[in-house]
Write a protein that binds this ligand. Structure first.
Ligand SMILES: [Zn+2]
Length: 760
């Protein structure tokens, strides 16, 4: 698998099939779609950034790249996508075999171009803060926000909106009395109403028609500056507003939830940014501490006797507010994408707040989502700090992205699963089959960062080749990914990645397909595809779908004699794939009934933006064992790994668990680690803790750390993820003394069934 990670290290791409099934028929029987997980702005320290504009094919406008065929004598390059011959312009006159421009170096299949001049440095941040929360949460939130404000770059513009029953837009100008504009929470406010009420037209006549958009269209920069000010000169004003901030004063009857108009508040924020900074990068950061109960986008009524929708309610279509709220946030997503603005969501409450409904607006705009129990929890506090961190540990926040793609003519695009929105650029590249954001060859990425990873699903449309033997050995498909974006330095950049993959067809191609199969990438793609289908197809049965796909894969790519299960084996390229699918079946992405709709939405949003390695950890957590007997070593994700004299470190991506075996826990409670003669024990306790810290430090959102002991109540965080090889149904010996209470089959039983069905 090392060669696939090497390719990822050069281009930020992992493909399911690195030797591509070359015909429609061939691709359909491979079951795992031909797809790529691409990290558009993954940092590559040695990647050149060229200070000039790229050369484009005059026919298909793909960009000059190392796969182009050169005719140096005639100064001509041939486009590998459409075979057009293009003349080099005069400034490439000195080009030759020995004198290549960087974009033609074979190792620079990924390269960037920067546009001279147009660096716009300010970033715009609009905080939207829930004040319908209890005093204690208010204190946590204020302190986190004021810390964040201290970390803002001086040139960023900041604004503040607070909301509860009403929406308050705060003026941050230099006036003696802090001024706010108040809007009713129960109905949506149009942009014109908003501007009028906030006095944008006081000294000017209101434009008669047309879009009201930014300084150049009639808004004075002074009126914009009342609400969005440079961080350097409003830190004091902002902090004093925060200090004065009170929780919503409205009395709440004992049988009622508090009034919270999340939808209206976010909509007011979107309209304000749409009026002041259309088309330039800006983020709305929403801090939400409870369920939305007021106005458009409400997820539940104020009446406490009405429970917040569960997966069961959604399944039975008996959640009265759900569809209305989704429709509201879909419209908001559209507006934000049109304006080029991002919605980030920090949802911190014991209750659900409506992440499932807000998801569409966050995901289409490439926003973050952080879910925690409280504004005082480290998952929230540390994640918020990470957002504003710069340098090596920073997220590399970028904005205003547009992603485009070119492919060889036999490859089409079904769509993208990931944080982006279709720009509805239809053309010959679009497949008839649509998955996710499809029927387009260009996508908007309002917000993106160094880790943002898109999943592209391709469609191979080549018909069967009449005589498979004529296939030449040099059959290649080409892919070109173009990402225009505003770099965190303010510069406009264009990242170009050009790939080539060999395709095969017909009998005898199977060994080539096997050699090019990336099972980690395949697991990540299947997980995204499955989550998407669960959300969009009413009668979809995920377990059946996965099992069917897996059985077909095993019978096609396995090695066996017909009807002899014991003869079954698989190439190392496929050998852990069944295990990935086993854990995917048991994962939070499939077993949604163990979680709330908000949690499910959260898990899926993170899956949809992460790279292959991180997705694999979400599907199949990693487990490390620490003991006196050996150095730390990876352990099988199985209940047999539990032992009284061991510490286990489980990384399930969203949660990191340190689990002490019962003997270890006893020694620790007795304080042995504090005694000088038991230094080894102290070290044994310390090592997993340090390893956990290292995982947590590198991850965004920051995962939850669970520190627990065998037989303790929190031990379930580990046990739920282990293969139930010993359950209350099994008679065998119970290693470590722990059994798992589940009716799920163990991996051994699963594999046994799989092999029997595959060889039929
Ligand atoms: Zn071309």
């Amino acid at each position: 698998m090392a060669e696939f990670t090497e390719l990822e290290g050069q281009d930020g791409v992992r493909m399911t099939w690195n030797v591509v099934p070359g015909t429609k028929q061939e691709a359909s029987i491979c079951l795992v779609p031909v797809s790529a997980i691409y990290t558009p702005i993954k940092p590559f320290p040695s990647m050149p950034v060229l200070p000039y504009a790229p050369l484009r094919c005059r026919n298909c406008s793909s960009i000059l790249n190392p796969f182009c065929v050169m005719d140096f004598a005639a100064k001509i390059w041939m486009c590998p996508f459409c075979f057009q011959r293009n003349h080099f312009p005069s400034h490439y006159a000195s080009i030759s075999d020995e004198n290549l421009p960087a974009e033609l170096f074979p190792q620079y299949t990924t390269i960037e171009y920067k546009s001279p001049g147009e660096a716009s440095l300010h970033s715009v941040l609009l905080f939207v803060v829930d004040i319908s929360i209890i005093e204690e949460e208010m204190t946590f939130l204020k302190s986190a926000l004021s810390q964040a404000i201290g970390l803002l770059p001086d040139n960023s513009l900041v604004g503040l909106i607070t909301f509860g029953m009403l929406v308050h837009v705060h003026e941050l100008g230099f006036c003696a009395v802090p001024k706010t504009y108040v809007f009713s929470g129960s109905k949506d406010v149009s942009r014109t109403q908003l501007l009028e009420q906030m006095g944008f037209f006081l000294n000017k006549s209101k434009p008669i028609t047309g879009v009201i958009a930014g300084v150049r269209d009639g808004l004075s920069s002074e009126s914009i500056a009342r609400f969005l000010r440079p961080a350097s000169d409003c830190e004091f004003a902002l902090n004093s507003v925060l200090e004065e901030l009170q929780k919503d004063p409205w009395p709440i009857p004992a049988d009622q939830r508090s009034s919270r108009c999340t939808g209206t508040a976010v909509s007011v924020a979107a309209n304000l940014l749409g009026a002041c900074f259309p088309g330039s990068g800006a983020r709305i950061m929403a801090f939400i501490g409870g369920p939305s109960t007021e106005g458009p986008g409400a997820i539940v009524s104020k009446n406490l006797s009405e429970p917040i929708r569960s997966h069961k309610d959604l399944d039975k279509d008996s959640a009265p507010h759900y569809h209305k709220a989704i429709k509201f946030y879909e419209a908001l997503a559209k507006q934000l994408v049109h304006q080029g603005h991002v919605l980030d969501l920090f949802a911190c409450a014991v209750d659900q707040v409506g992440v499932a409904e807000l998801k569409v607006a966050v995901e289409r705009t490439g926003g973050f989502v952080v879910l925690a129990e409280s504004f005082g929890h480290s998952v929230f506090k540390d994640s918020l700090r990470r957002v504003f961190q710069t340098g090596d540990k920073g997220l590399g926040l970028s904005s205003n992205g547009i992603f485009e793609i070119n492919c060889s003519k036999d490859v089409k695009v079904q769509g993208i699963l990931g944080p982006c929105a279709s720009l509805e650029k239809k053309g010959p590249l679009c497949s008839d089959i649509i998955i996710g954001q499809g029927n387009t060859s260009a996508w908007k990425m309002c917000g993106l960062d160094q880790a943002t990873s898109l999943c592209l699903i391709f469609d191979i449309v080549k018909k069967d080749i009449p005589d498979a033997t004529v296939q030449s050995s040099s059959s290649q498909f080409y892919f070109q990914f173009l990402t225009y974006y505003q770099h965190s330095t303010g510069e406009m950049r264009l990242r170009v990645t050009t790939l080539s993959r060999r395709w095969v067809a017909g009998p005898g191609s199977i060994q080539d397909l096997i050699a090019g199969f990336d099972q980690d990438a395949a697991a990540a793609v299947m997980a995204r595809l499955l989550s998407f289908k669960m959300e969009t197809e009413a009668e979809f049965d995920p377990i059946r779908w996965l099992d069917k796909a897996l059985i077909h894969i095993c019978s096609r790519f396995g090695d066996y004699q017909k009807d002899a299960p014991s003869s079954f084996s698989m190439s190392p390229r496929f050998s852990i794939f069944p295990q990935f699918m086993f854990h995917l079946r048991r994962s939070q992405f499939v077993q949604v009934f163990n979680n709330s709709p908000d949690e499910t939405a959260y898990f899926r949003m993170i899956l949809n933006r992460e790279n292959v390695a991180n997705s694999v950890v979400m599907i199949q957590p990693s487990l490390i064992s620490y003991s006196f007997q050996s150095a730390p070593e990876p352990a099988l994700l199985d209940v047999s790994a539990v032992a009284a004299d061991r510490i286990l470190l489980l990384d399930s991506y969203f949660t990191v668990v340190i689990f002490h075996g019962s003997t270890i826990a006893q020694w620790r409670k007795a304080g042995y680690h504090n005694q000088p003669e038991h230094q080894d024990f102290s070290l044994l306790l310390q090592t997993p803790r340090e390893d956990a810290d290292a995982i947590i430090k590198d991850r965004f959102p920051v995962p939850r750390l669970v520190d627990c002991d065998q037989y303790g109540s929190q031990a379930r965080f580990l046990l739920a993820k282990l293969n139930p090889s010993a359950t209350y149904n099994s008679d065998g010996p119970r290693p470590g003394g722990d059994i798992i209470f589940t009716d799920d089959v163990s991996f051994e039983v699963f594999l046994d069934h799989l092999q029997r069905l595959a060889v039929q």
